[in-house]
Write a protein that binds this ligand. Structure first.
Ligand code: UDP
Length: 256
């Protein structure tokens, strides 16, 4: 029986009260949703893969000085995280046109953008996460200008780091979404990276074949989602023969 107090349940994750004040347990479910939960399915194994991939990425980001909420992995599906005050803004960074940008701007998917573009969306299921500008964010009091600058700077650092990390394993980072929260420590407030970074919130294309290795496999009914996420984990050096291991780090892909 689960006695832990559930603090929040989202589409793909549940947050439980953690063992210490200021901590939470982030549980990764196998549920997949798209188009604001209008499309829903359970994909066995997805939660385990996202837990492991997100842990790896957050640890690596921590290594280069990007503050994150990640503390430690607890088990196959759960990680201990710092409790933060989530800023209700999704920050999307795009390197290549795809998805909603392609539709909005009439750009072919796969078109390289002149430079990385940062976009903001208001986190609201009822409203379908509308795109917003810095003006909306400050006017409605979701974040102040300094916090927006900090989120943008961190998102671009995450983008530079992930672009290189994935390129080294033969994967193109097309775009991704990240979220931030406020951490209050000794009267000081810091903006830190929260939520998750996994193939659920990135577009990842194989460099050689352009095969999609992300949630578009679900959104577009391409099938093979778990196999694609497993391949991402394998290339990151995280899984061997479907079984989690401590791994030896990213597998270098060299051109033939
Ligand atoms: N994304 C996400 N959650 C959302 C919306 C978008 O993780 O609620 C990610 C998505 O996986 C992609 C990027 O943000 O990597 C840009 O998504 P886009 O705006 O193109 O939206 P979509 O086409 O997925 O509706």
């Amino acid at each position: 029986m689960n006695r832990r107090r559930r603090v929040y349940e989202g589409k793909a994750k549940i947050l439980y009260e953690g063992p210490e004040p200021g901590t939470l347990v982030q549980h990764f479910k196998d549920d997949a949703t798209a188009f604001n939960a209008k499309k829903h399915d359970t994909i066995e194994g997805k939660g385990v893969l996202n837990n492991r991939i997100s842990e790896f990425i957050f640890l690596k980001l921590g290594d280069i000085g990007v503050p994150t909420h990640f503390m430690k992995r607890l088990n196959m599906r759960e990680q201990l995280i710092r409790e933060v005050e989530i800023i209700p803004v999704e920050v999307v960074v795009r390197n290549v046109a795809a998805g909603s940008l392609s539709k909005r701007m009439g750009l072919d998917e796969g078109t390289q953008l002149p430079r990385s573009i940062v976009e903001f969306y208001y986190k609201s299921d009822e409203l379908d996460d509308p795109m917003v500008s810095e003006e909306h964010i400050t006017a409605f009091g979701w974040a102040n200008p300094q916090e927006i600058d900090e989120m943008m700077a961190l998102a671009l650092r995450v983008n530079d780091f992930l672009t290189g990390l994935f390129l080294g394993i033969g994967i193109r980072l097309i775009d991704f979404k990240c979220e931030f929260g406020r951490l209050y420590e000794n009267e000081i407030m810091r903006i830190i990276l929260a939520d998750e970074i996994s193939p659920d919130c990135c577009r990842l294309w194989d460099v050689e074949t352009d095969d999609k290795m992300d949630k578009d496999r679900f959104r577009r009914d391409l099938g093979g989602l778990v196999e694609a996420y497993q391949e991402v984990a394998r290339r990151l050096g995280l899984f061997v023969e479907n079984r989690p291991s401590e791994g030896s780090g990213p597998v270098l892909v060299t051109s033939k």
